[in-house]
Design a protein around this ligand. Sequence first.
Ligand SMILES: Cc1cc2nc3c(=O)[nH]c(=O)nc-3n(C[C@H](O)[C@H](O)[C@H](O)COP(=O)(O)OP(=O)(O)OC[C@H]3O[C@@H](n4cnc5c(N)ncnc54)[C@H](O)[C@@H]3O)c2cc1C
Length: 403
Amino acid sequence: MTVSQPQETANGERFPLSRQRRNVAVIGGSAAGLFAALLLSRKGVPVRVFERIETLEPEARTLIVTGRLRQLLGAIAGKSVVNEIRRFELFTDGRTASVSLQSPDLVIERRTLIKNLAGEAQRTGATLELGRRFHSLQPNGRRLILEVERCADGSREEAHVDTVIGGDGASSRVAEIAGWPALETVPLVQAIVPLPKDMARDTVRVWFVPHDTPYFYWLIPESDTRGALGLIGESGADMRGLLEGFLEKRGLEPIEFQGARIPAYTGWVPVQRRVGSSWVYLVGDAAGQVKVSTVGGIVTGFRGALGVVEAILGGHAPAQLGTLRRELDLHLLLRRTMHKFQQADYSRLVDLLNDSIKQSLSEYSRDEAWKLLWRVCLRQPGLILLGLRGLLLGRPALRPARR
Ligand SMILES: Cc1cc2nc3c(=O)[nH]c(=O)nc-3n(C[C@H](O)[C@H](O)[C@H](O)COP(=O)(O)OP(=O)(O)OC[C@H]3O[C@@H](n4cnc5c(N)ncnc54)[C@H](O)[C@@H]3O)c2cc1C
């Protein structure tokens, strides 16, 4: 197929009208990569997924996502959903506020989610090649040659493909090789703990402790008896020490720890690059598609994958990516506002959460941030002043994007 007359999206990215799409390689068999593979194989596109882990037993991780997950995945979400959340309780400096959700957030188990996605992708025709670490790519005529290492014995093999999708996470090798600069990342650590007796299964607790982190601590129940208590921090922070101190204060014994570095979205990362005559795309954490206000990357990674697949299949300018970019930019604005908050600002924030604001917070999910912010500001102008103060005062929050 030939490439002609590019179309421009709201993002300013230019997508050609048609693409070579005969044969796609996805690097990274996790959430975003497998979702992209599944969408392509459903449309009859031959897809090979290269994943470095040897068996389909990815690390367990308790995650909270918006109900949008079910809209995107349908029945595939299935048993990965282990709990539903209907209320958030916010704590800071002796003050509390609680917000009910009209449509519940979902607590999911990452390992089950990935296994479900892998099963469905294979069922629709995608090939999953485990124990294969992507090493490099180079143009070869109108195609690309991938060099992949067999993790078992270190031997190398080649794959000839038309298009590559990098779903290989925050330290994406695909991005590095194709020329995208590295992403800023932040550390995230959480402990699985016994659920405190005074806590309901449908309620998440959030603590703002600016002395420890510009983000927050959370406790997400995954069942009647267990929850995930964690925090996001800044590079260089003693995350494990902070978390252990927090657990000790609450008399909670960790059962296990989970953690990794997550991209800190500092600006939109163009999702495509030309290598020779072929196209290389990024999805999920590899493209920094993470809501930086809460460091949630599952649903946004799926939306990024959807946009990239639309681009590959249709060759048209995908609206999905424009919407995703606006959402991620708004979460960046929120993060920049709150990143400089001191204890007094959090106390005022909790005090300002009057009944009408709680109503807005309960009506709109984090995937509808623009609507939510607009309604909240109309109902409590004091929050605008607090936000402006946060933006104007203090040290710069997050460094600008390097991509
Ligand atoms: C402790 C913790 C809690 C979190 N909580 C939440 C939450 O509550 N809600 C939420 O939405 N998000 C949460 N996140 C973030 C979320 O997990 C990530 O945004 C999401 O998993 C990213 O998915 P991904 O598919 O883009 O990348 P990843 O899940 O990072 O997958 C990348 C895949 O690529 C593979 N890979 C890497 N390099 C290569 C290579 N060279 N060759 C072949 N394969 C390769 C890896 O093995 C991996 O399988 C959390 C993250 C952590 C660490």
